[in-house]
Write a protein that binds this ligand. Structure first.
Ligand code: FEO
Length: 392
């Protein structure tokens, strides 16, 4: 439990050991479930709870903060890493009401079975007085669920935006100390969770623009006491700007595709293009997701397996399709033994991406001189496309 401003406490939990979120997302640096206690002169509010696995930490912190009553539990987001402790807190503080928006209320009823009469529904922009402190609720949908809202604590100029601006980073530092480390974690978090909702996030950035914000206290990772850092990073990530980069996830079974990838990567580097190459047998998919935030082009490398792409490459294509990066161009390189429909299959898997497909290069068996020439031509075409965008 730490005080970040007078009568504003961080009462959440650090999860140093967690290594996977949603049974999908790698957490190399753990995470935290941040909850905040605000004691006004008349009322006390708890902003979010914690993952159910860490409820004892939240309760200990509430005790340490001398919390003899909670009037309001503000639920910003129905996902269980923040809402999952609401039931326990309601048992300990039965007089508390759950303050949230109607959509989130519906989800909390469905997910947690909280009784309807425990809720106070608030509208966008509505305020709630705690006496000498005022909470203003701001709907910020699609960061990353449709019901998410934030709270602006007017007197202290603190924005509590739940997952928005967050980072999966377990640290004992309450505030950001090393911006480079937090940038990496926050970008990974954006890539894995927020990127599909880039357009909505642009709108939410506009929406908070008018607020005077001294502190951004998200629900994961350290608190930003210099919020410009993370707001500027988000502006860059959600912008339409792409970089002179090629992301190349690949698999090779018998070295044909590997030889093609190595030649192609050299060709791209010789043309001044940054390459991010990922062998999908060992890749942290968070790193792959992060590389897609900025890259102008994705090229998938695969051998043909049972007449289609290697399943790990198909998985990378499905993942990229789900994350909807702003990538502009795509292609495929690889090899086959006797035939198949790999290119058509991959093109079908990335239908969400608004990409122009540049002609693939598929070799029969081991790549030969003409295949290497075709890879050089593909690198030339990518360079030309990047030049058209003014990024090369
Ligand atoms: Fe951190 Fe979407 O929950």
């Amino acid at each position: 439990m730490t005080q970040l401003r007078p009568n504003v406490y961080a009462v959440g939990a650090i999860d140093w050991d967690r290594r996977l979120f949603d049974e999908l997302i790698p957490l190399p640096d753990g995470t935290s479930y941040n909850a905040y206690l605000i004691k006004g002169s008349e009322k006390t509010a708890l902003l979010d709870t914690v993952d159910p696995t860490k409820i004892s930490v939240l309760i200990d912190n509430l005790v340490k903060a001398g919390t003899d009553k909670i009037d309001y539990i503000v639920a910003h987001h129905a996902e269980q890493d923040h809402s999952g402790g609401i039931g326990d807190i309601l048992m300990l503080y039965p007089e508390a009401k759950v303050v949230t928006n109607p959509k989130c209320k519906g989800m909390l009823v469905d997910l947690l079975g909280i009784d309807d009469d425990k809720f106070i529904a608030v509208s966008d922009g509505e305020t709630l007085s705690l006496g000498d402190k005022t909470l203003q609720f701001i709907y910020i949908p699609w960061v990353h669920w449709p019901e998410t809202m934030g709270t602006y604590l007017k007197e202290d100029k603190i924005l509590f935006p739940c997952d928005f601006f967050g980072s999966h980073l377990a640290t004992s530092s309450l505030f950001v100390e090393d911006e480079a480390i937090v940038y990496e974690s926050a970008k990974r978090y954006y890539a894995e969770i927020m990127m599909p909702f880039r357009t909505a996030i642009k709108g939410n950035l506009e929406k908070i623009k008018g607020l005077e914000i001294d502190i951004i206290a998200s629900s994961h990772g350290p608190i930003y006491d210099k919020p410009k850092f993370i707001i500027d990073a988000y502006k860059d990530w959600v912008s339409d700007n792409v970089k002179n980069e090629v992301v190349l996830p690949y698999i090779s079974m018998h070295d044909s595709t590997r030889k093609m990838v190595e030649h192609f990567v050299d060709a791209l580097i010789e043309r001044g293009i940054t390459v991010k190459q990922f062998n999908l047998t060992v890749t942290d998919i968070g790193k792959l997701a992060m590389s897609l935030v900025d890259a102008a082009t994705i090229v998938l490398g695969s051998p043909m397996v049972l007449t289609a792409a290697h399943p790990k490459v198909a998985y990378a294509a499905i993942l990229a399709n789900a994350l909807r990066p702003k990538t502009k161009f795509a292609s495929v390189i690889g090899s086959f033994g006797w035939g198949g429909k790999m290119v058509e299959q991959i093109a079908g898997l990335i239908g969400n991406l608004k990409v122009e497909i540049i002609e693939p290069v598929i070799a029969k068996g081991h790549p030969k001189d003409e295949d290497f020439t075709a890879l050089d031509n593909l690198a030339d075409k990518i360079l030309a496309k990047h030049k058209e965008l003014g990024i090369a």
